[in-house]
Design a protein around this ligand. Structure first.
Ligand SMILES: *[C@@H]1O[C@H](CO)[C@@H](O)[C@H](O)[C@H]1NC(C)=O
Ligand SMILES: *[C@@H]1O[C@H](CO)[C@@H](O)[C@H](O)[C@H]1NC(C)=O
Ligand SMILES: *[C@@H]1O[C@H](CO)[C@@H](O)[C@H](O)[C@H]1NC(C)=O
Ligand SMILES: *[C@@H]1O[C@H](CO)[C@@H](O)[C@H](O)[C@H]1NC(C)=O
Ligand SMILES: *[C@@H]1O[C@H](CO)[C@@H](O)[C@H](O)[C@H]1NC(C)=O
Ligand SMILES: *[C@@H]1O[C@H](CO)[C@@H](O)[C@H](O)[C@H]1NC(C)=O
Length: 395
């Protein structure tokens, strides 16, 4: 379901000439260029939050490819958010919860934590830092920053300028754990019926951020959940559950419907928050294309976990997490990493490899998978509430 945004040419055809003059500047200012990033999410963009926040044991071989040691990321190397920061010429984001080592938050702050959900966390959740809490942490962060920088300019070296809160990019990648978790206690129909509840909580959070001064929203949709080795191993035992790629159909149907509703939410957000710029990014289609056409893109294993136990086809065993050694059935076994991580799309059964994350980011940056909604405030445009345009100047 790659998006088909209105092209510039079509736009010109639709709108009258007098409109073009007001429109052109707004397209050229869509440059991917922001002074700071505030990120919200789960393990897909956690750069050390859950490790700092609940001392989650995330040992080797995580980090082996890039950081050369565990870095608080569920990955052998960098995440999509790391590659996006590179593209912005900004340093990697420090986790809000990490207090050790005088982390700098001058160019932004990461509130994402592994295991987080949009809906409030249950007592059994890995992370208590659900979306509402991450948003509340942001509000507290902003209040503290404004208090400190007015007191003493020396803090500016470590903290964002006041203007960055309006100029910065607010990035979101959350919801996967809500959908994933729902399938453990609900039928597919019940999961589908539950999606609006999840999205309504997401909307509450981004509205609060808008009221706190956030203006530029960059929202990732959720990936093909049914293609994760853990989901296939748990829900795909009967072949009738699998699609032509070997992914679990029910989970991907739920992910797709979640995304349709998220896209809808994004397109309507300007009705409530007229000064916002909202970009919806179709991560699902990028990952689906990657898994479908893996060999074209230089990968050899579309569905197997690189770091796991059990061998082909999935190399995944729910009882042994990546890097862990355990006695199973009287034998000591270890979930070791594969030798060539770049041949695998999946790292540990639940997360993507650095190679896959790099591929996804390159695709994001083409602009071909995003849909941007801007408020048009000129009187001429009163009949258009918002316009979806192709952000073709993203570099
Ligand atoms: C939103 O985008 C428009 C057009 O690109 C730009 O002129 C405006 O400054 C942006 N708004 C904010 C708050 O950054
Ligand atoms: C697999 O699913 C099909 C269709 O629902 C069902 O007829 C069959 O009995 C199932 N097989 C097993 C081994 O459960
Ligand atoms: C796989 O690649 C082919 C050829 O480029 C393309 O037509 C197709 O859409 C791709 N599959 C997906 C799921 O994107
Ligand atoms: C344990 O080992 C026995 C003997 O090799 C085997 O039959 C059995 O399937 C194994 N059980 C598990 C849970 O792996
Ligand atoms: C990695 O390569 C080594 C040396 O060739 C081999 O012994 C080992 O089994 C390989 N590991 C995996 C997971 O393939
Ligand atoms: C974006 O999509 C168009 C149409 O499918 C394609 O021609 C173009 O090469 C793509 N751009 C990039 C940078 O991949």
């Amino acid at each position: 379901m790659a998006l088909k945004p209105i092209t510039l040419q079509k736009l010109f055809a639709i709108l009258s000439l007098s409109v073009i003059f007001t429109l052109v500047p707004s397209i050229s200012s869509l440059d991917f260029n922001y002074p700071a990033v505030f990120n919200f999410g789960d393990s897909n963009s956690d750069t050390g939050g859950v490790v700092a926040g609940v001392a989650f044991p995330l040992g080797p071989p995580n980090g082996e490819t890039y950081f050369l040691k565990p870095s608080g990321r569920f990955c052998n190397g960098r995440l999509i958010i790391d590659f996006l920061m590179n593209a912005l010429d900004l340093p990697f984001l420090n986790p809000y919860l990490d207090s050790v080592g005088a982390p700098s938050f001058q160019k932004g702050c990461n509130f994402a934590t592994g295991g987080s959900t949009i809906l409030p966390a249950s007592a059994a959740a890995v992370s208590p830092f659900s979306f509402g809490i991450q948003v509340a942490q942001f509000a507290r962060f902003k209040a503290r920053v404004l208090e400190l920088i007015t007191k003493d300019r020396k803090h500016e070296k470590f903290l964002p300028l006041e203007a960055y809160f309006e100029q910065g990019l607010y990035v979101f990648d959350i919801g996967q754990n809500d959908v994933d978790g729902a399938f453990y206690s609900k039928s597919e129909d019940q999961v589908l019926a539950f999606l609006p509840t999840i999205l309504s909580e997401f909307e509450t959070g981004i509205k609060r951020l808008y009221s706190e001064g956030a203006r530029n929203f960059w929202i990732h949709n959720t990936g093909p959940l049914g293609c994760l080795p853990r989901i296939i191993a748990t829900f795909g035992k009967n072949e009738s559950k699998l699609d032509q790629l070997g992914c679990v159909d029910s989970h991907n149907r739920a992910a797709r419907l979640f995304n349709t509703q998220l896209h809808d939410l994004c397109s309507k957000f300007l009705d409530h928050c007229p000064d916002a710029n909202v970009t919806y990014v179709d991560i699902f289609s990028i990952k689906w294309n990657l898994i479908s056409n893996f060999s074209t893109y230089g990968f050899k294993k579309p569905l197997a976990s690189c770091c796991g136990y059990g061998g082909p086809p999935l190399n995944f065993d729910n009882r042994i997490a990546c890097g862990v050694t355990k006695v199973l059935n009287g034998t000591t076994v270890t979930a070791d990493p594969c030798n060539n991580t770049a041949e695998y799309i999946n790292w540990d059964g639940n997360h993507y490899t650095e190679a896959a994350n790099q591929f996804v980011t390159k695709q994001i940056l083409t602009g071909n998978y995003s849909d941007t909604f801007l408020a048009i405030k000129k009187p001429l445009f009163t009949k258009f509430k918002s316009l979806s345009i192709y952000p073709n100047v993203i570099r």
